[in-house]
Design a protein around this ligand. Structure first.
Ligand SMILES: [Zn+2]
Length: 186
């Protein structure tokens, strides 16, 4: 590897370390010419196979820019987009294949995007699933409504349970613990 300081054509590895659970290897290198040190990162290339059969390296930046486009004008910040792109990459890499079809990458985006912003999700889904009629939008919106209602119901249930538990805790007599200990000894 060429030295980034003096452009000398070769360098020597002085240390190798795994990072990210073995997904990456970081190498510390030294230049025999100028003596400076630098680090390189080695990572297996994940290829995305497009519908045309052409492959290209997986790019988190590309995921982010696609999602950013769908989120235009929506209250979604850059951090959330970066986090989503990271989740997508983890999902895709977790499959353990060296090549993934592009539609699987799209699928991996849909789930987290739906949680992030429903309007952005609809925009993305309409392109990804190639909606060509209002019916398809209506169906997707109906599915979104159902999922949202189910989630709201679950949240309300959880909040009620947490509140009940807190109330029980607050009104429990101080002697309750002692009583139960006495009981358990009997
Ligand atoms: Zn050098």
């Amino acid at each position: 590897m060429r030295c980034p300081y003096c452009r000398h054509a070769d360098s020597r590895v002085v240390d190798s370390r795994e990072a990210d659970d073995g997904q990456l290897i970081r190498r510390r290198r030294a230049c025999p010419e100028c003596g400076k040190r630098f680090t390189t990162v080695e990572e297996a290339v994940l290829a995305v196979v497009k519908r045309s059969g052409v492959t290209e390296p997986f790019s988190r930046t590309k995921i982010s820019s696609g999602v950013r486009k769908a989120c235009q004008g929506r209250p979604v910040d850059e951090d959330s987009i970066a986090l989503l792109a990271q989740r997508v990459e983890e999902t895709v890499r977790a499959k353990g294949a060296a090549e993934v079809p592009s539609h699987e990458v799209g699928l991996a985006i849909l789930g987290p995007l739906r949680e992030l912003d429903q309007v952005a999700y609809l925009r993305f889904a309409s392109v990804y699933k190639a909606f060509d009629s209002l019916d398809e939008f209506e169906k997707e919106i109906a599915a979104l409504r159902e999922a949202t209602d189910a989630r709201d119901a679950r949240t309300v249930r959880e909040e009620t349970a947490a509140r009940d538990a807190a109330v029980r805790h607050a009104i429990a007599p101080r002697s309750a613990g002692r009583t139960s200990r006495i009981n358990s000894q009997q």
